[in-house]
Ligand binder design. Structure first.
Ligand code: ADP
Ligand code: MG
Length: 522
């Protein structure tokens, strides 16, 4: 079941793999109608999942053993044709449904060859489709489902005549017709009266939205991960929630950020209640800085002290934007909402701005120089703190020796450099536990990085058993274990960390050679 829509196994697997947790409103209202055979007009804002709203039922109806074109989708632009065709291919992946985008600008011979090999769904721009119809290189007599996607735009672009000409070629009796659009101007209703059979109209309306008074900014970049890291490195941190659109997105981002040394964990619908509770507890107790979640999983999270809400994926609609950012700036505290967009999502951002009647200010990504600057400030702060705390008499005699040959200013600068870069790997591991650099573990613990993970079928009990027996320590002394696809973090007490590294490094786990090193802290 996708929400409360019954779907075939193959489509359920696809939807799951795409990371959709539940149907969006337009999907939950239109899919059942289409499955029942109604003609449907769907109106909902951009980014609300209209493609899957027609794609899912369309693909359910495809007979994949036939090689005829059974589905036809009209889209206004070549980019959309490609995008829609790709999304349909993902939905039809396990059913082995073949889709083909057809648009002007691509060599027509190649399209003819692809058509000849047999496809189930064609997604095309009106002009090029008509071209094929006139050349007799496309056969539309078996089309059972026809979709006009982004109908308002097609009309704006002056495609009415082309669309009508195409519709004349698709059997009216056998055909089920759908029309999807963000807006519903009059000419669309005319079109639907002429070419649709008693269509059911589904319109998802917008609720009235009040936006909290917090700073709202956005960054535009194609490299969102890099951008996010730069922002994380320059923001004075507090507690952050990062939103991703899908479960997969959450998992991937948790892995990417953890791999780069950030303390991040994820929350989504595939986790058991116990797992969610554990993550939430860590977050509440500030043992976790970054919580990464889907909209669904974040529902009902109630934490007051969140300083940043980051939309790593732009929300699907203004409502969810407002829900997301409403998690910061509670009780008059200061908060900031940060949204990352890729260039093509600019329209979606503007739409959110318009619908919520707020301004989301563009910001330039911090440059490496900004990050350095920020680190310097941080070092300076810590240095002054350390001087004021005054517990460094132990080091005096080192300095008094070195100062006989070097300038004190140079010594201080070199010491800072050393503290930043850490001591070189080649040096013998230090006995002094105070020397462990920050590995992102709880105090008294050291976080170790193992280069094996889920892909090697590593489970927590494997880690505990092997480490405990190899290093001859009680399993209960081993702390938090986080297993990701390709690597694992294990926290062990500081005083035995060295032994664990020594016995586990280049050892084997489940037959895989293991590399172990100190994890990178923040
Ligand atoms: P629209 O056509 O309404 O503008 P799209 O169909 O392009 O919107 O969908 C926008 C994005 O939302 C796509 O990346 C799509 O994969 C994703 N999406 C669609 N349905 C869902 C869902 N039920 N859950 C999560 N993401 C979804
Ligand atoms: Mg669309």
């Amino acid at each position: 079941m996708f929400g409360n829509i019954p779907l075939s196994k193959k489509l359920m697997s696809a939807v799951k793999e795409m990371g959709f947790e539940e149907p969006s409103p337009i999907q939950s209202q239109t899919i059942p109608l289409v499955l029942e055979g109604h003609d449907v007009i769907g109106q909902a804002q951009t980014g609300t999942g209209k493609t899957a709203a027609f794609g899912i039922p369309m693909i359910e109806k495809i007979n994949e053993t036939s090689r005829n074109i059974q589905g036809l989708v009209l889209t206004p632009t070549r980019e959309l044709a490609i995008q829609v065709s790709e999304e349909l291919a993902r939905i039809g992946k396990f059913k082995r449904v073949r889709t083909l985008p057809i648009y002007g600008g691509q060599a027509i011979d190649r399209q003819i060859r692809s058509l000849h090999m047999g496809v189930h769904i064609v997604v095309g721009t009106p002009g090029r489709l008509l071209d094929h119809i006139r050349r007799n290189t496309i056969k539309l007599t078996n089309v059972k489902t026809l979709v006009m996607d982004e109908a308002d735009e097609m009309l704006d672009m002056g495609f009415v005549d082309d669309i009508e000409a195409i519709l004349e070629h698709v059997s009216k009796i056998e055909r089920q017709t759908m029309l999807f659009s963000a807006t519903m101007p009059k000419p669309i209703l005319h079109l639907s009266e002429r070419y649709m059979d008693n269509p059911v109209i589904v319109a998802i309306s917008k609720e009235k939205l009040t936006v909290p008074l917090i700073d709202q900014v956005y960054y535009e970049t194609r490299e969102k991960l890099e951008g996010l890291c730069r922002v994380l490195d320059t923001e004075t941190t507090g507690q952050l929630i990062i939103f991703c659109r899908t479960k997969r997105g959450v998992d991937d981002l948790v892995a990417s950020l953890s791999g780069r040394g950030y303390m991040a964990d994820g929350l989504h619908g595939d986790l058991s209640q116990a797992q969610r509770d554990r993550v939430m507890k860590k977050f509440r107790e500030s043992k976790l800085e970054i919580l990464i979640a889907t909209d669904v999983a974040a529902r009902g999270i109630d934490i007051d002290d969140i300083t940043h809400v980051i939309n790593y994926d732009i929300p699907q609609d203004p409502e969810s934007y407002v829900h997301r950012i409403g998690r910061t700036g509670r009780a008059g505290r200061k908060g900031i909402a940060i949204t990352f967009i890729q260039p093509r999502e600019y329209r979606q951002l503007k739409l959110i701005e318009r619908a919520t009647k707020t301004r989301i200010v563009r910001r330039a990504l911090p440059s490496p120089a900004d990050i350095l600057e920020r680190q310097r400030e941080f070092i300076k702060e810590r240095l002054v703190q350390t001087i004021e705390q005054g517990e460094f008499a132990d080091y005096h005699h080192i300095v008094s020796e070195v100062v006989q040959n070097y300038d004190p200013l140079d010594i201080a600068a070199a010491a800072l450099k050393l503290s930043q870069e850490g001591y070189k790997e080649k040096e013998k591991p230090r006995e002094d536990k105070a020397n462990y650099r920050n590995t992102g573990a709880e105090s008294g613990m050291v976080r170790l990085f193992f280069n094996v993970g889920k892909s090697q079928n590593i489970r927590p009990e494997d880690m505990v058993r092997t480490i405990a027996s190899e290093a001859d320590i009680p399993g209960s002394s081993i702390g938090v274990i986080n297993i990701y696809e390709k690597f694992t973090f294990v926290e062990v007490p500081e005083d035995i960390a060295e032994r664990v590294i020594a016995v586990m490094h280049r050892n084997t786990l489940k037959g895989y050679k293991v590399n172990v090193e100190l994890a990178r802290g923040r």
